[in-house]
Design a protein around this ligand. Structure first.
Ligand SMILES: Cc1ncc(COP(=O)(O)O)c(C=O)c1O
Length: 407
C-alpha cells in the first residue's frame, strides 16, 4: 500500500496546467497541432549550436563547476549589451538575473512579492503559466480586459480601486505581456504603455513586463518598453531564449532594480542554486559569435511566411466568417473569435477530426479566484502558426472546417 502523504494546503489547491493536460491529447499519432506554443524545430540552429560546444573544451573547468546564482558572467555581459537599446540605458550587472526559463522568473517574483491572499492584476486573456505560478503562491486575480491594443489601461485605476475596496489592500503586482501577447497576439500601444507606467507609479504597484516575443516582429516598428518609459523604476522586465533560439536550453533573463534582483537571486538559491552553466555558456558563445542575430533575421522571415500560410489556409478552407480576428504583426499566435458556439466544444470535435488548438477558457482565471467581474474565454481559440509543417496548414484547416460543420 502506498504511503499516505499529507499534502500542504498550497499543494492541495494546485490544479494541473490545463495546457499541459490538453497537450497530451494533441500528441496522438496523426494529430495536426496548432495547440502548443512551440517554435519550429525544422529551423533550430543545430549545427551552429553544436559548434559552440568548443566552449566546453576552452573553459570546461569553469563551465562544469557550480556557477553564480546571478548568472554566468559572459552571458550576463551579452544580455547587458543586448538590453541597452530596448531598456533605454546601460544596464548594470547587479540589475541582471539569469533564470532557468522565464517561467522561473515568475516563480521568483511570486516568492518575493506575493503572500497568500494577495491580489495580482492580470490582463485577460493572459498566459496560463503565469496564472499557474501566481495561483501556486496563493494569489487571487483582478482582471483588466484586453482589446487589439493590449490591456485596457484606461480601466486599470477602477480595478485598483475595487481591489482596495474589497480587500483593504493595494494589488501587489501588475502582470502584462507587452508584445504579441500569448494568446491574443496584441501589442500594448505606446500611449497605453505610458499610462501603465504612470498609473502603476502613482499607486505604488510594481509591473512585471514579460516579453518573450518582442524580438519576433514581422511588420511595423518596435514600441518602447514600459521599463524604459518608467526609467526602470518599479518595473521588472523579462525575456527568454525559448522562442528566439530553443526552449530546450531553459535560459531566460530578468532586468530590474538591484534590491529586487537581489531578493529574487536569494529565492533562486532555494530553487536550483544556479541555472545550468553548461547551457548558459553555450548560449553566451552562440550569441558572441553573432549567430543569434543572424538566426533572428531568419526566423522572422520564416514565421512571417508561416503566419501568412495559416491565414491563407483558414481563408480558403473555413466557412466565411466562422472565425475572425487580426493577423498579428509578430509572435506565435492567432487569437480568433468563433462566430457561433463554444471553443471547448469545438476543441473536442476538432481532436476527433485530428486537429488541435487551445480553447479560450485556458487563458482566463477561474471565477472563484477573481476579484470583480470574471471574464469568459468561451468564444475564443488560440492557434499557433509556428509549429505546423508544410501542407499541415491546409490539411489542419480542412479538418477544422469539418469540426465546425459538426457544430
Ligand atoms: C508570455 C510567456 N511568458 C513566459 C513563457 C515561459 O517561457 P520560458 O520557456 O522562458 O520559461 C511563455 C511560454 O510560452 C510565454 O508565452
Amino acid at each position: 500500500m502506498a504511503f499516505d502523504y499529507t499534502f500542504s494546503r498550497i499543494a492541495e489547491g494546485m490544479k494541473p496546467s490545463p495546457i499541459r493536460e490538453l497537450f497530451v491529447m494533441t500528441q496522438r499519432p496523426g494529430m495536426i497541432s496548432f495547440a502548443g506554443g512551440l517554435p519550429d524545430p525544422a529551423i533550430f540552429p543545430v549545427a551552429e549550436f553544436a559548434e559552440c560546444g568548443d566552449v566546453l573544451r576552452d573553459d570546461g573547468r569553469v563551465v562544469l563547476q557550480y556557477g553564480a546564482t546571478e548568472g554566468y558572467r559572459p552571458l550576463v555581459e551579452q544580455i547587458r549589451r543586448r538590453m541597452e537599446q530596448p531598456l533605454g540605458r546601460p544596464v548594470a550587472p547587479e540589475e541582471v538575473l539569469i533564470a532557468s526559463g522565464s517561467q522561473q522568473v515568475m516563480d521568483m517574483i511570486a516568492r518575493c512579492l506575493i503572500d497568500p491572499g494577495d491580489v495580482v492584476i492580470v490582463e485577460a486573456p493572459t498566459y496560463p503559466g503565469a496564472l499557474h505560478t501566481f495561483r501556486g503562491a496563493g494569489a487571487r486575480f483582478a482582471i483588466v480586459p484586453c482589446d487589439t491594443d493590449g490591456m485596457r489601461v484606461d480601466l486599470l485605476p477602477e480595478v485598483i480601486e475595487r481591489c482596495r475596496r474589497e480587500t483593504g489592500e493595494r494589488p501587489r503586482l501588475i502582470y502584462t505581456i507587452t508584445n504579441f501577447s500569448n494568446p491574443s497576439g496584441a501589442c500594448l500601444s505606446l500611449e497605453r504603455r505610458r499610462s501603465l507606467a504612470g498609473v502603476a507609479a502613482e499607486h505604488g504597484i510594481p509591473v512585471f513586463e514579460d516579453d518573450p516575443y518582442g524580438e519576433l516582429r514581422y511588420r511595423g516598428d518596435p514600441l518602447t518598453t514600459v521599463f524604459k518609459l518608467a526609467e526602470g523604476k518599479g518595473v521588472l522586465y523579462a525575456s527568454s531564449f525559448s522562442k528566439i533560439l530553443a526552449p530546450g536550453v531553459r535560459v531566460a533573463w530578468a532586468v530590474g532594480e538591484p534590491a529586487l534582483i537581489r531578493r529574487m537571486a536569494i529565492a533562486k538559491q532555494g530553487m536550483d542554486l544556479c541555472t545550468s552553466v553548461v547551457t548558459q555558456a553555450l548560449v553566451a558563445e552562440y550569441t558572441r559569435r553573432g549567430h543569434l542575430d543572424r538566426h533572428l533575421a531568419k526566423i522572422r522571415a520564416h514565421y512571417a511566411t508561416k503566419a501568412a500560410a495559416m491565414a491563407e489556409a483558414f481563408h480558403r478552407h473555413l466557412p466565411a466568417g466562422a472565425l475572425h480576428g487580426l493577423e498579428p504583426e509578430g509572435g506565435f499566435f492567432f487569437w480568433l473569435r468563433l462566430a457561433a458556439g463554444d471553443s471547448t466544444r469545438l476543441f473536442s470535435r476538432a481532436v476527433e477530426e485530428g486537429v488541435a488548438f487551445l480553447p479560450g477558457p485556458a487563458f482566463y482565471p477561474d471565477p472563484g479566484e477573481t476579484i470583480g467581474e470574471p471574464a469568459d474565454g468561451g468564444p475564443f481559440a488560440r492557434f499557433c502558426f509556428t509549429f505546423a509543417q508544410g501542407d499541415e496548414m491546409a490539411e489542419g484547416a480542412r479538418r477544422l472546417s469539418r469540426a465546425l460543420a459538426a457544430g
